[in-house]
Design a protein. Structure first.
Length: 95
């Protein structure tokens, strides 16, 4: 049985960049935590890709359109597909 935690990070803003990414980088290998995907708003792709790369994380990035009310149906479908395909076992919501 594989006990590795397959982590999805939703929101790669200042807090995630200062806290979550360095912590996952430092402690992930010792505790079996692997950041495998991230979600960010359209328009932030370059910044987020650079941020993840500089922290040493090569992950799949799901880019979604901004929204202010309910999560759009197409975003729900994309998130469900991503979590199933990558076998996500934990999520950090950092928005």
């Amino acid at each position: 049985m594989n006990d590795a935690v397959r982590l999805l990070l939703i929101g790669v803003g200042p807090h995630a960049s200062r806290f979550y990414l360095p912590t996952i980088t430092a402690l992930g290998p010792d505790y079996g935590v692997n950041l495998v995907a991230a979600v960010e708003l359209r328009g932030e792709e370059r910044r987020v890709a650079a941020e993840l790369s500089s922290a040493g994380h090569e992950v799949e990035l799901l880019v979604v359109e901004p929204f202010s009310e309910e999560v759009p149906a197409e975003t729900v479908v994309a998130l469900n597909e991503l979590t199933a395909r990558l076998k996500i076992s934990a999520v950090i919501i950092a928005t």
